[in-house]
Design a protein around this ligand. Structure first.
Ligand code: ZN
Ligand code: FE
Ligand code: FE
Ligand code: ZN
Length: 266
């Protein structure tokens, strides 16, 4: 089993499970390693319902370090950071000052719309789906250009509720973003939470994964667990998808440095 590099905690207000419970679940799932990547706190009014506040961050860091220090497997310390206009300046200064192993970069908003939030799912009825995907990939390209993040989170997230576009458009919109991701030296993750959503597919799709492989973009694996039992979720399927796309190795993150390790058979 590869490392699980996308794990939340109850500190973000929409997940359950204390930090030590994730360790117990990771050991039970026979993971060699995992990294906490809870939602980054924001200094502004960006989506406060779905993240710890700045004052809670020291508790997050301390608890992860304490649990990691006595854990029988390696536990990394990271965040899932949001790319949004207005958030970049803060992240540019704040991220490098923290002792992170990994910073995931995710886009959850298009303009003021949290397009993957079940509470605003109805908005999908009134938008141009093709236009949303186009805008989304433009944001991902800008995210890559900032050089602030290590690995892209759930790369084709707009498919979450089943809003898909033709492969031809998907290629046209995603390729410029993938080129910029490759140029930035970033990785992407195979995020198995898509299998638990209406789209019933790993993020990203086999098509995008093969386009990423063509560009030499490295991969990691993430369950996006918001409850301990989901840690390592369906990693056998994710490893299979990675192999089918041609991957033979995956990323290991230490203090935000990337290294490739072999993708071993389970
Ligand atoms: Zn979350
Ligand atoms: Fe996310
Ligand atoms: Fe997440
Ligand atoms: Zn996520």
């Amino acid at each position: 089993m590869p490392a699980d590099y996308h794990v939340h905690t109850a500190l973000c207000h929409h997940a359950e499970g204390a930090i030590p419970e994730y360790l117990d679940a990771a050991i039970a799932a026979r993971l060699p390693e995992f990294c906490f990547t809870d939602h980054v706190p924001a200094p502004d009014e960006y989506d406060p319902a779905n993240r710890m506040d700045m004052a809670t961050f020291p508790e997050y860091e301390r608890t992860v370090q304490e649990v990691a220090a006595r854990a029988p497997i390696r536990i990394g310390f990271g965040v899932e950071a949001d790319y949004y206009e207005g958030g970049v300046e803060f992240l540019r200064h704040w991220l490098p000052a923290q002792p992170f192993d990994l910073v995931l970069g995710s886009v959850h908003y298009i303009n003021d719309w949290p397009f993957d939030n079940p509470e605003t799912r109805e908005t999908w009825r009134s938008v141009d789906v093709r236009g949303v995907w186009k805008l989304y990939f433009e944001l991902l390209a800008k995210l890559a250009d900032t050089r602030l993040f290590d690995i892209i989170g759930h790369l084709d997230l707009p498919k979450k509720f089943g809003h898909r576009i033709h492969d031809r458009d998907m290629k046209e919109f995603s390729q410029p973003a993938l080129d910029r991701i490759a140029k930035a030296g970033m990785g992407i993750e195979l995020n198995t939470s898509g299998l638990r959503r209406p789209c019933k597919e790993i993020y990203p799709s086999p098509l995008i994964l093969s386009l990423a492989h063509e560009r030499g973009i490295p991969i990691s694996f993430g369950s996006d667990a918001h409850t301990p039992k989901d840690i390592g979720y369906a990693f056998d399927l994710a490893v299979k998808a990675a192999r089918e796309a041609g991957y033979t190795n995956c990323l290991q993150m230490r203090a935000r440095q990337k290294q490739l390790v072999p993708l071993l058979a389970n």
